[in-house]
Design a binder for this molecule. Structure first.
Ligand SMILES: [Zn+2]
Length: 511
């Protein structure tokens, strides 16, 4: 059984912004975690390339849409490599394979009698590629998201019979596990309860799109096309029976992780399309919140857009990941604050985790000849061992329900408690008393062992820092041994060598 997780297919109107980086990092952490549990993960990302907006952007630049898309999709790929994103599939909706999937899918939906020709009239936002339901009916009305005037459209379009699926969709969204978090689910339940309307799946006179078979001047509506990218990503490079190929390759998706602004497409339109084509619906749609900066919405007009490239070059991958994963509760809105960022990185990573590793390994080197001391068991009860065991259980529970912030906090609290254990026992005083040597060995062994487990627990969250910690302990993660097994207490080898110390994280300064 495979575990299929997807980011949205990002629209190629610009390079990745912080919001896309956020979504992709969360998906990456989940994908890494599932792989550690031994699951066969297919992590899909990619780009959505068709539509009027792209056609116009390319025209303004005086290049072909395809040339423009080639450039931007390459930028996306490079970005994800720079962020060390462990994606398995990168799908471009302008690929031949994808076009074949869309055509095959369309034929299936047609056979279910779910396509008809109708007239679509209304105010349209090119930015959203969406008709606005009830804008105040004036040409001066601006899309609240894009701050651009809507355009009047009155054209013949092909429609998909969404209304036919009212009951099935209602039943599906009432399953608590289908849409998370609950606030998002309630929004969708509310939307669906007002009655589903058929929606148009083709546009006329947009050349940059997939042509609708049998309708010369129609191309597929960009959402109908883009959503199918998830299916074509796992249909490999088959040339026929692509849908079946995708099902054999692991469809349905276990999770679509998306921003809350595109929830309706994923939790209502998409499942209905799939049911119509006789395919299984995704198992979960998780809608995360928006990111603000210092409490304000980021935008070009405010000039406060945070460039993820700059963050990456200035701070590196781990600090940004830690902030985004730990400080934002998945599903809620999040705020990026410069001072808070510096404080969190310094407190959590430098002062708590980094310092724990530094002080213990230096004591161990000094007192025990650059070695891990012997695992003496002098005390009746090993409080730190008990604490570590509870932490591992809690962490796995939290991760399994996608509370990544709480899982990160579990790791942090183990580090805090390990520091406290060290402070309470004061081995630097005990070492002066000869008869206390076994106890000192026990303390240092316990602290090193707890740090090893901290390192392993960080593996899906902060892959870089995790390997640095475990390298410093001379105890790296072994691919051939199940990860959960390596989280058992007492596996750090007594009397093994400790490698030369290296700082694993630098403290940040306020600007
Ligand atoms: Zn818009």
């Amino acid at each position: 059984m495979s575990f299929v997780i997807t980011t949205p297919l990002y629209y190629v109107n610009d390079k990745p912004h912080l919001g896309s980086v956020y979504t992709t990092i969360i998906c990456d952490a989940i994908a890494r975690y599932k792989r550690l549990l031994g699951e066969d993960v297919i992590f899909i990302t990619g780009v959505d390339e068709h539509g009027l907006k792209i056609q116009r952007t390319a025209n303004e630049k005086g290049i072909e849409p395809k040339t423009y898309c080639n450039e931007i999709s390459e930028i996306f790929k490079i970005n994800w490599k720079n962020w060390d994103i462990s994606f398995d599939k990168f799908i471009r909706t302008s690929s031949n394979n994808h076009e074949l999937v869309v055509r095959e899918f369309y034929e299936k939906v047609k056979r279910s009698d779910d396509i008809y020709m109708g007239v679509q009239k209304g105010w349209y936002c090119v930015g959203c590629e969406e008709f606005k339901d009830n804008p105040e009916d004036s040409p001066t009305y601006k899309c609240p998201i894009h701050q651009k005037n809507l355009e009047w459209k009155n054209e013949e379009n092909l429609f998909f019979r969404l209304s036919k699926y009212q009951e099935q969709i209602e039943k599906m969204i009432n399953e608590p596990s289908f849409i998370e978090p609950i606030e998002r689910r309630n929004e969708i339940i509310n939307f669906v309860s007002r009655g589903l309307k058929d929606f148009s799946i083709s546009r006329t006179n947009i050349s940059w799109g997939i042509p609708v078979p049998g309708h010369d001047n129609h191309t597929f509506y960009v959402w109908f096309d883009a959503l199918l990218g998830y299916v074509s990503a796992i249909s490999c490079n088959a040339t026929d029976n692509l849908l079946e190929n995708s099902i054999n390759g692991g469809w349905p998706a276990d999770m679509h992780l998306i921003g809350k602004d595109i929830l309706r497409f994923h939790a209502v339109y998409w499942p209905a399309m799939l049911i119509s084509a006789g395919m299984r619906v995704p198992k979960k749609v998780l809608g995360h919140g928006f990111l603000t900066r210092e409490g304000q919405k980021m935008g070009k007009t405010l000039g406060n857009v945070l460039d993820p490239d700059l963050l990456l070059s200035k701070y590196g991958n781990d600090p940004v990941r830690w902030y985004l994963i730990k400080d934002i509760s998945l599903g809620n809105d999040g705020d990026f604050q410069d001072r808070r960022f510096v404080d969190i990185i310094n407190n959590d990573l430098a002062n708590t985790i980094g310092n724990l590793l530094n002080r213990t390994s230096s004591m161990s080197r000094k007192w025990f000849d650059n070695k891990v001391p012997n695992n003496e068991k002098v005390s009746k009860e090993n409080k730190l061992e008990n604490y570590a065991k509870i932490t591992v259980e809690n962490y796995i529970h939290k991760f399994n329900i996608y509370k990544l912030d709480l899982a990160a906090n579990e790791v942090l609290s183990l580090a805090i408690n390990t520091n406290l254990y060290l402070n309470d026992n004061q081995p630097w005083l005990l070492i002066k008393e000869k008869n206390k040597l076994p106890f000192v060995k026990e303390i240092i062994y316990n602290v090193l062992e707890s740090t090893r487990i901290i390192g392993l627990l960080l593996l899906p969250l902060l892959p870089d820092l995790s390997s640095k910690i475990n390298e410093q302990l001379g105890s790296i993660y072994k691919k051939e041994v199940p990860w959960e097994q390596q989280l058992n207490w007492g596996l750090l080898v007594s009397n093994s060598n400790l490698p030369k110390p290296n700082p694993i994280i630098n403290k940040l300064e306020y600007e």
